[in-house]
Design a protein around this ligand. Sequence first.
Ligand code: NBP
Length: 468
Amino acid sequence: MKAQIGVVGLAVMGQNLALNIARKGYIVAVYNRTSERTKNFVEQRVKGEKIVAAYDLKSFVESLERPRKIILMVKAGSPVDEMIDELLPYLQEGDLLIDAGNSHYEDTNRRLERLSKMGILFLGTGVSGGEYGALHGPSIMPGGTKEAYKLVEEIFLKIAAKTEDGPCCTYVGDYSAGHFVKMVHNGIEYAIMQAIAEVYDIMRKVLGLQPKEIGEIFKKWNEGELSSFLVEITYKIMEKIDEETGKPMVDVILDKAEQKGTGKWTVEAALDLGVPTPSLNLAVVARVLSHFKQQRMELSKLYWQKPIVKADKNLIEYLEKALSLAMFLAYSQGLWLISEASKAFNYGVNLLEILRIWKGGCIIRAKMIDFLREILKENPSNVNLLESQKTVEYLKPRIEPTLKVCQIAREAQIPTPVLNSSLDYLFSMKEANLPANLIQAQRDFFGAHTFERIDKPGIYHIEWQPLE
Ligand code: NBP
C-alpha cells in the first residue's frame, strides 16, 4: 500500500508532525537529507505507527499515492528552494507541496507562482505549537488555492488541536495568506513574551520577589483573564531549578534573547503596509538590544545610581492589569495588520476564523481570544478593535494601573519597552490632536514638502524664511 502523505525534514517539527499524522491512522512516508536522522527517528521514535522511511528522494516520491502530498518541514529560506528543486524531477502535475516551515510570505508567493506554471499545487502553511503541538495538535494556517487545501483538509483537521469551537485549522486565504498570518502570530507572540518579561522584571527588582514567588503569582493569574499558554509556561519556568547549581533555572540563563526572523518580518510588513504595531516593533528591538550584554555591563557601571524603588501595595494587581492591556493591544495591532494585508494582497482572510484557530494548539492561545472574537463578531468589518464599545470598557480601567506600573518602572529605571509602547499606542490612537502638525511644518520648512490645512481643502506650501 502506498503512503497517503509524505514528510520531508525530520528535525523536531517534522518528526512530531509525521508521528501525529501516523497516529491518526494514515500511512506516512518520511525523508530527511541526512539519512542518519531518518534512521535514528525510525529506530527510536516509531513504535508501531505506519511510517515508511525512504533514504533517497526517488523512492520517497514513488512510495506516495497520487496526487502526492508532501509536507516540507525544513529550515526556512534556501533549504526550501533546494528541496523543491530536488523533488521537482519526480513530481507530476496535480501533486501538492506543502511548505509547513516559517517561510517569508514573499518567498511563498514566488514559489507559488513558479510551481503553478508547472501544474504543481503549493500550500504555504503556518504551523504553531512547537514540538509538543506538532505531536499532539498544532494550530495550522494553510494558504494558497482552495483546490490545494481540499487535498489535505481531512488530514489537517484530524491532526490539528481541538477546542469547543472545532479543529484549529482553517483555510486561511489565497496566495501567501497562511505564512503571513503565521508570521503575525509570531509578532504577537514576541510582544506578549516581552510584556511578561517586563512584568517579571518589575516583580524582581521593585518587589524583590524570588522566581518561586513570582511563579505562584503567574500561576494564579493563569486561572483568571490572563489564562494563556505563555503565562502557563512562565510559572512553570519560575518553578524550575538548575540541577547543577541548585539555583532557579531562570537565574542561570544568559539574558540575550535570540530570534529567527518572523518578528522582524512582521514589523517590516507593518511598516510597508503603514499599520502601527509599536508593541510588536519594540519587542523585536528589545531582543536586539539584549544582545549588547558586554556594553550593558560596562554602561551599568558608568550610569549607576541607586534606583528609587517605590513599591506600592497594589503593584501586583496593577501588573496584572498592565499585562492584560499589553496583551490585548498586541492582538489588536496584529489583527489590524492582517486585515490590511488581506486587503492589499487579496488574501480574503476571515479574522474571526483566524482567532478561532488560535484558540488551541498555538503559542499565543489564550482565554482572551474568546473576548476578542466577541468584539469582532459585533462588527466583523471593524478591524480596529479599539473602536468597539466593549474594548473601551475593557481598556479604560486598565489605563491607570498600567500608567502606575510604567511610572514605578521609570523611577526604578527599569526598561519596559512593550508596556510603555502599548500605552503610547493607546494614547496616540485616542488623541484627536497629535503634534504631527509641527512635523508637517518642519517638513515644509526645510523641504517644501507641503501640508494640508484644517480650515480649507487643498495642498499648501509657504515661504518660512526668505531664500535670499
Ligand atoms: P530546523 O529549522 O532546525 O531545520 C532542520 C531541518 O532542515 C533538518 O531536517 C535539516 O536536514 C533540514 N535542512 C536544512 Br537545515 N538544510 C537543508 C537543505 N538544504 N535541504 C534539505 N533539508 C535541509 O527544523 P525545525 O525546528 O524542525 O523547524 C522546521 C520548520 O518549522 C522551520 O521552518 C521552522 O522555522 C518551523 N517551525 C519551527 C518550530 C519549532 O518550535 N522548532 C515551530 C513552528 C515552526 P538535515 O538533518 O539534513 O540537516
